[in-house]
Design a protein around this ligand. Structure first.
Ligand code: GLY
Ligand code: MN
Ligand code: MN
Length: 428
């Protein structure tokens, strides 16, 4: 990644934090990557993910106990941990042009690097140190702006998308070859060049009915030569920035594959309607209407779109939200925030799991991920609670073994058509 893109990224971040320091009358802000945490009564640690507020500043993955000190008018300072530790690999500071934009201090755990910090120093990250000044509102203030990505961040997500798409192509081949969920996941990891702990979230690999479990967490080891459906939701990351991609593949040309095709058409239409000025809540509502239309057209539900919407039928088949902000966190921060002060716009009762309720802005990166699943628990609830639901339960029984469908793309929002990072990566 070019040094100029990184330098411009730092310039934007410094502007945001300078503004925050003026707003809260602060002299300095410390961002902490966090510390390793351990399994209960064990000396093995959980996989480490640096606090995203610190990670945002550097073009390589941050390890634990790394700190960034920001003071207006000064180069940012990086406090780099030096460890006298023969159990683990050494932690040399990465070479590169990025260094010219930083003051770098190598510090041992016992070094008091913080002793010269000014009085009004706020802290962001886990486990605040005693020197810091509590600053309610700082986190919300800086989180709000994180939704709009810099070109450096967009490039990182683009690379993460390209890597994940290589994995998705390999996973589909493994599915068609009749492999197990575990082997499909291994094929994904191999082709996307990552270990399972490096994934931005644990890859979801569901064959047949498992495709109906939204966050299916197991990996079956049985070979599946006659599998019907593969739903794989898996991403990759580029120095912390995530891609988050779902594809649904089928083995046969039948009425379920027709449903997948029409879902794909609907998903692309939704993507093309995502542009600056559009309310994401309206897009979610449009999706509910689209699901109702699919249910009607595929003779799953005889009711018209309006009646289905009034009865909450689409939510039985599509119980989650349309998508979310994407960045250093897969479900990136600030999705419900409508201003820097931290005012929340929480989703309404008809869309309780919607993670993004903001109006879209240019250079936000978001996901669009409609789904349509045959989930026994929700279908039983529908039969018990919704009179005259109009659903053909025989047809639904027929679709049950296929599990469900989700198609998820990652978009950069523009003033007109978005850049679809996922489709671009598949096309190349
Ligand atoms: N992979 C989690 C999600 O799509 O939101
Ligand atoms: Mn997602
Ligand atoms: Mn996903």
């Amino acid at each position: 990644m070019g040094n100029n893109t990184y330098q411009a990224h730092l310039f934007v971040l410094q502007g945001r934090y300078d503004k925050a320091m003026v707003h809260f009358e602060l002299d300095a802000v410390v961002l902490a990557s966090g510390e390793k945490t351990y399994y209960f009564q064990d000396d093995h640690s959980h996989p480490f993910h640096a606090y995203s507020g610190a990670q945002q500043w550097l073009p390589f993955p941050l390890s634990a106990e790394t700190y960034i000190v920001l003071q207006t008018g000064q180069k940012p300072t990086l406090i780099w941990p030096v460890r006298d530790d023969f159990w683990h690999a050494p932690n040399p500071i990465p070479e590169g042009d990025w260094q010219q934009h930083w003051n770098i201090i190598l510090a041992r755990k016992t070094d008091k690097w913080f002793s010269h910090l000014p009085k009004q120093t706020a802290w962001l990250g886990p486990q605040p140190m005693t020197f810091s000044t509590p600053c309610d509102g700082l986190k919300a203030y800086v989180d709000f702006d994180k939704a709009v990505k810099t070109p450096f961040e967009i490039q990182a997500i683009r690379r993460a998308s390209e890597r994940a798409v290589k994995g998705h192509i390999a996973a589909k081949e493994a599915f068609l070859a009749g492999m197990s969920e575990l082997d499909i996941h291994l094929a994904f990891l191999q082709a996307s060049q990552q270990t399972a702990t490096q994934e931005p979230y644990p890859g979801i690999v569901g064959i047949n009915q498992h495709a109906a479990v939204l966050h299916y967490e197991h990996k079956d080891i049985q070979q599946q030569p006659n599998s019907l459906t593969l739903l794989i939701d898996a991403g990759a990351n580029e120095h912390g920035y995530a891609s988050d991609i779902t594809r649904t593949s089928v083995r046969h040309n039948d009425d379920f594959s027709a449903l997948v095709d029409n879902m794909d058409t609907m998903e692309q239409k939704l993507c093309n309607n995502a542009m600056s000025g559009v309310s994401y809540q309206d897009l979610h509502q449009e999706t509910l209407g689209g699901i109702a239309r699919l249910l009607h057209d595929h003779k799953i539900c005889s009711l018209g779109v309006e009646e289905q919407l009034a009865k909450g039928i689409p939510q039985i088949f599509f119980p989650h939200g349309l998508g979310h902000l994407l960045g250093l966190q897969v479900h990136d921060v600030g999705g419900h925030q409508i201003d820097r002060e931290g005012t929340l716009n929480l989703p309404n009762a008809k869309a309780p799991f919607l993670r993004l309720t903001r109006q879209l802005e240019k250079d936000m990166v978001i996901t669009i991920e409609p789904g349509l699943y045959f989930i026994p628990m929700l279908l039983e609830k529908m039969q018990a609670e919704i009179a005259n639901h109009g659903c053909d339960m025989q047809k639904i029984q027929h679709f049950m073994p296929y599990g469900g469908i989700r198609i998820e793309d990652n978009l950069v929002i523009k003033d007109d058509l978005p850049e679809n990072l996922t489709r671009e990566a598949f096309a190349s």
